[in-house]
Design a protein around this ligand. Structure first.
Ligand code: GDP
Length: 317
């Protein structure tokens, strides 16, 4: 039977992030009462704070979108932050949710949990079948532990908790800091700044040949609400768009959306990361969700948000 979210109190852990923000908007549209708690209210790395806050708040459901996230450079430079903080956040929240008898939890991972050389498109059961991509193994190990912990509560205590693994995400509210961002917001910013300054050149990291699949965060939020309502099972579920492009093709689409033709310079001193990362979202599609928007439309929407953000704050905050 479908889980009814109407009127339910749903805590979106990580509501200030791009994904959490999108999930909170989507849940509100579903008639749920969204609970938000910033770091000043509860520090998710602190076990005692999380337990006390959860015992006092007792949400009906949780979407666990809180995480220390970053692109290829940040992951390589801050391994402790990515492994320790993510392990603590998920362990604290899941144990406190168990103690507070939270009915539904949706744990969010990422496609980097899969082996570097997994068969493509990557099915859910590729998990733990081979070595990870070293540039983001810290984050991946933490997320794999989170999936397993979610499954452990289901197995040991019968909790109706689930996990979803989104592909590479983008959209309004993304991080545009070039040292820690992912490729899509980084290239949007680089093309925009080249247009403003007339620089004529945009530097793209790596060879431009890696393939990536991209999903707009509002489409992810829609899929997550669908899963919360419809899915109850042990296995984690892939959430992708099925659309993959090379990094060079991505740069070309962004150039077109921004409206600036620049020479692409490929910086071979920067890592390519995993060569290809396309998820098999067949299980989600078979359940009835297949509503991802075309990549170009999503980038148009994201560029509009980037421009609005720049008008409000500048891009360096
Ligand atoms: P990944 O999907 O975990 O590898 O994370 P990223 O989104 O950071 O990087 C994806 C691919 O885009 C990698 O091959 C990067 O080298 C490449 N890339 C090209 N230009 C950039 C850039 O300016 N920033 C980032 N983060 N990646 C870039």
């Amino acid at each position: 039977m479908a889980y009814d979210l109407t009127g339910n109190r749903v805590w979106v852990a990580g509501h200030r992030g791009m994904v959490g923000g999108a999930v909170a908007r989507r849940l509100a549209a579903e008639g749920a009462q969204v609970i938000e708690a910033g770091r000043e209210v509860v520090d998710l790395v602190d076990q005692a704070q999380v337990k006390a806050w959860m015992a006092a708040t007792r949400p009906d459901a949780i979407v666990l979108a809180a995480a220390k996230v970053g692109g290829i450079k940040a992951n390589s430079e801050f391994p402790v932050d990515f492994l320790y903080q993510n392990l603590m956040i998920e362990a604290n929240i899941l144990q406190a949710a168990h103690e507070a008898d939270v009915e539904r939890v949706l744990f969010l991972g990422s496609s980097c949990i899969y082996p570097k050389l997994a068969t493509q498109p990557i099915p859910e059961d590729a998990l733990l079948t081979g070595p990870l991509e070293p540039t983001n193994e810290w984050y991946a190990i933490a997320k794999i532990a989170g999936i397993k912990l979610t499954q452990a509560y289901r197995t040991q205590y019968g909790r109706d908790w689930i996990s979803a693994m989104p592909t590479n995400l983008y959209g309004p509210g993304d991080n545009y800091d070039l040292n820690s961002s992912h490729v899509l917001p980084a290239l949007l910013r680089k093309f925009h700044e080249a247009k403003v300054s007339g620089a004529g050149e945009v530097v793209v990291w790596g060879s431009g040949t890696p393939l990536r699949e991209f999903l707009h965060c509002d489409d992810l939020a829609d899929a997550l609400v669908f899963l919360l309502k419809e899915y109850s099972g042990y296995d984690h579920i892939n959430v992708g768009s099925g659309v993959e492009v090379t990094i060079r093709e991505l740069a070309e689409i962004i150039a077109e959306v921004v409206g600036y033709e620049a020479t692409l310079t490929f910086d071979a001193t920067k890592p390519d990361g995993t060569p290809r990362k396309l998820m098999d979202s067949g299980r989600l599609h078979a359940m009835g969700w297949n509503r991802a928007r075309p990549l170009r439309d999503g980038i148009v929407d994201t560029y509009a948000d980037f421009l609005a953000h720049e008008r409000r704050h500048g891009t360096d905050d």
